[in-house]
Design a protein around this ligand. Structure first.
Ligand code: CO
Length: 134
């Protein structure tokens, strides 16, 4: 599988506005936009750092995966995404190797990317996302 870089690190926060006071205000990382991904019930803010980004994730409803994550663990790193050149090929290869997947087929993520999650039980406890950007 051809992996490229850490595409982004997803951080679950109670409030993007509140979190931005640190990331933008104190650290000086500029936000390049906020997008709502309706089917994941999440609002996402992108803060690029070189070719990677920090993604702040705020749940838009109590049954959103991000809200559930915060209810269980508190705010913090929710997932790590690695960029792949061909997500369908990567998923087929992982399935072939017996890796447990959450998404067998890619879905649409923020910024028009194709994304798929691997199961934390298969990755040593990390929710890992594969991400393809064209
Ligand atoms: Co992500």
């Amino acid at each position: 599988m051809e992996t490229k870089i850490i595409d982004h690190i997803g951080i679950a926060v109670n409030s993007i506005d509140e979190a931005m006071k640190f990331w933008e205000g104190a650290l000086g990382v500029k936000c390049h936009g906020v997008e709502e991904v309706a089917d994941q019930k999440v609002k996402t803010a992108f803060l690029p750092i070189d070719d990677s980004e920090i993604e702040l994730l705020e749940g838009t409803s109590e049954d959103s995966p991000v809200s559930k994550f915060i209810a269980k663990n508190g705010q913090g790193i929710q997932h790590i995404a690695i960029r792949v050149a061909d997500i369908e090929a990567a998923l087929a290869e992982l399935k072939e190797k017996g890796v447990r997947l959450i998404d067998e087929k890619p879905r649409r993520g923020a910024g028009g990317a194709k994304i798929a999650f691997l199961h934390p039980k298969a990755t040593g406890g990390v929710l890992l996302e594969l991400c393809q950007r064209d």
